[in-house]
Design a protein around this ligand. Sequence first.
Ligand SMILES: [Ca+2]
Ligand SMILES: [Ca+2]
Ligand SMILES: [Ca+2]
Length: 185
Amino acid sequence: MKRPIFILSILILILGTGPAASALTITDTVDWNNSGIVGRTANVLLGWPGLYIFSYTHDVIFSPPTQTIDSATLTLSHLGNFFNQTEVWLIFAVGGPTFLGFLSNSAGRWVDQSFVLPPSLYDKISGASWSISFALLEPTNGLDLLGIDKSVLSVEYTPVSRTNNHIAFRLWIDRTRRLWKKEVL
Ligand SMILES: [Ca+2]
Ligand SMILES: [Ca+2]
Ligand SMILES: [Ca+2]
């Protein structure tokens, strides 16, 4: 009876840990630094005259290469958005485009605001790199100043080699089970 219990224990261990345990996290930072404002280095967007668009790109390098991206979050640090009828900033992922949300009120203080990216933006991504662009948009009339300090893209992913190791381990377990059945039955 010892042998089946041993094999069952290994199976529970494998099924219990699964691919999620091998996920890695990587971040890519775009840091703006044209001037010093309220304790941070930043660029100032003028938001002028009518529809104003500012875009930038994150380039993520995966090492080892990624098999799948499991989740992604963008954190934008901004200052000076009044978020009212005369000033409203929106953020999009370029391509689609995909609306991510409104910038919250950051009048007089820095706000580090996070946006969870929908899986549709990364569910077909694999390999050694991922390039994704974002756009800040202000549609109202008048001058709307916005300070931007930095943008951090945080990506949780499952690398190729670990996924393959996991599959190899599962195949080994299946083979062990078959051999055991053959011996016992
Ligand atoms: Ca405007
Ligand atoms: Ca403003
Ligand atoms: Ca900065």
